[in-house]
Design a protein around this ligand. Structure first.
Ligand SMILES: Nc1ncnc2c1ncn2[C@@H]1O[C@H](COP(=O)(O)OP(=O)(O)OP(=O)(O)O)[C@@H](O)[C@H]1O
Ligand SMILES: [Mg+2]
Ligand SMILES: [Zn+2]
Length: 398
């Protein structure tokens, strides 16, 4: 049997199985229940977040033998044919390759006739923003007075390219990037179903890289599994994704916080020897510092992190100071571009990290101010009898 990629294998087969997008699902389900389904829908949003999936589910909901229903059976002929893309009454049209006026005229001609077997004739037009100007004009006529048995579902990643005349004749739903927490949960479910042993921390690396697109996340998981097998170790996953193991990133962040220059250099060397892109390391580190800062500012590590990562972040944030983290972040974050452009990335990274370590104040600003005030009033700065009016060892140089 041939291998089915995860994204296809786990395409949601019911509205309730869709991750994120609750706002869209709820409205569409209600419309079906109340028999108020619009004649044209526009599903807009980034790549791989469920637009085509939702369009097919809506088509099923409308044409299911037991429908219209918000819970199509999934087993009748209408449902299975729509799932397999072979329904005569539900046509999926790729707007990019059928973007001419003649293509729309064909749809218009065809739309006049009653559906062959099912309740509605449904046209799903993907990448609808690719239609030509004349094609849009031709479409407009049909959208204005559609026959009762016709429904349109348009999907696009670039809704801003649609003419207002089209937009105003559709019910628009904006699909969102899927939150990291929701995506992590879904990846855990799928890993369990696939009998894959992978840590939450490794999955969250995938989640971060997918930037809210579920298809991308599942493709990355495929990529990791084919590179590392069914029990991938964290470091292998990081390597397959071209990123860096979080244990190492956390250890590097700790070295910066504790001003341990030797460890900083040791880790840089390690990563360099492994052939990892050093810009990636800087990016990972900037993200990690961000997580630490969030933990410091809100009192809790970011929710999208895996439990083990959250523990690491919480514990390191406790030992760090907010001003120090802010400064470390600034230096590392602005260093990312410097490293990308550097003739000698390793040299650039080392200097950025050492600078960061040196510049970041170890104490909070109020604490520094009170030390300075105590010095000014002739008291000892540390309160332990140190004398001579020396400034704090790590002045804050903004
Ligand atoms: N909201 C979601 N919940 C669960 N899985 C999803 C979701 N969105 C996407 N997927 C997964 O990603 C795959 C692709 O989704 P889909 O084709 O619906 O995306 P799309 O928004 O139409 O993307 P494109 O803009 O590239 O056409 C699905 O088969 C499914 O596995
Ligand atoms: Mg699509
Ligand atoms: Zn059905």
């Amino acid at each position: 049997m041939s291998y089915t990629v995860l994204a296809r294998k786990y395409r949601p087969q019911a509205f309730e199985a869709m991750t994120g997008q609750e706002h869209v699902v709820r409205t569409v389900e209600n419309a079906i229940k109340l028999d108020r389904v619009a004649h044209a829908y526009l599903f807009a949003g980034p790549r791989g977040v469920g637009k085509t999936t939702a369009a097919r589910l809506l088509a099923r909901a409308l044409n299911c033998e037991g429908g219209p229903t918000s819970t199509p059976c999934g087993t009748c002929r209408a449902c299975t044919e729509i799932r397999d893309g072979i329904s005569t009454d539900v046509q999926e049209i790729d707007g990019a390759s059928n973007n001419g006026v003649e293509n729309v005229r064909e749809i218009r001609e065809n739309a006049k006739y009653q559906p062959q077997r099912d309740r509605f004739k449904i046209y799903i037009i993907d990448e609808v923003h690719m239609l030509s100007g004349p094609a849009f004009n031709a479409l407009l006529k049909t959208l204005e007075e559609p026959p009762g048995h016709v429904k349109f579902i348009f999907a696009t990643t670039e809704a801003h390219k649609l003419p207002d005349t089209i937009l105003s004749r559709c019910q628009r739903h904006n699909f969102r990037r899927i939150s990291q927490a929701a995506m992590l949960k879904r990846l855990k479910e799928i890993s369990a179903l696939e009998k894959v042993t992978i840590s939450e921390s490794a999955l969250s690396l995938i989640v971060r890289q997918s930037e809210g697109g579920m298809r991308d996340a599942l493709s990355l998981l495929d990529q990791v599994l084919s590179a590392c097998g069914n029990e991938p170790k964290d470091a292998d996953v990081a390597e397959a994704l071209g990123t860096i193991d979080r244990t190492l990133v956390n250890s590097l962040a700790r070295a910066l916080v504790t001003r341990d220059a030797a460890t900083v250099l040791k880790h840089t060397e390690e990563v360099w020897n492994r052939g990892v892109d050093l810009r990636r390391l800087a990016e990972e580190l900037a993200w990690w510092l961000r997580h630490l800062f969030v933990a410091k500012a809100t009192g809790a590590a970011p929710e999208e992190l895996a439990d083990t990562d959250r523990e690491a972040v919480t514990s390191l944030a406790r030992d760090a100071d907010a001003a120090q983290l802010a400064r470390l972040f600034d230096v590392v974050h602005s260093g990312v571009w410097e490293i990308a452009r550097a003739a000698q990335p390793k040299l650039a990274l080392e200097m950025i990290l050492l600078k960061a370590l040196h510049l970041a104040p170890a104490a909070s600003i109020p604490e520094l101010i009170s030390r300075v005030e105590r010095l000014a009033s002739g008291q000892s700065a540390s309160g332990t009898g140190a004398s001579g009016g020396r400034p704090p060892s790590a002045p804050f140089r903004a």
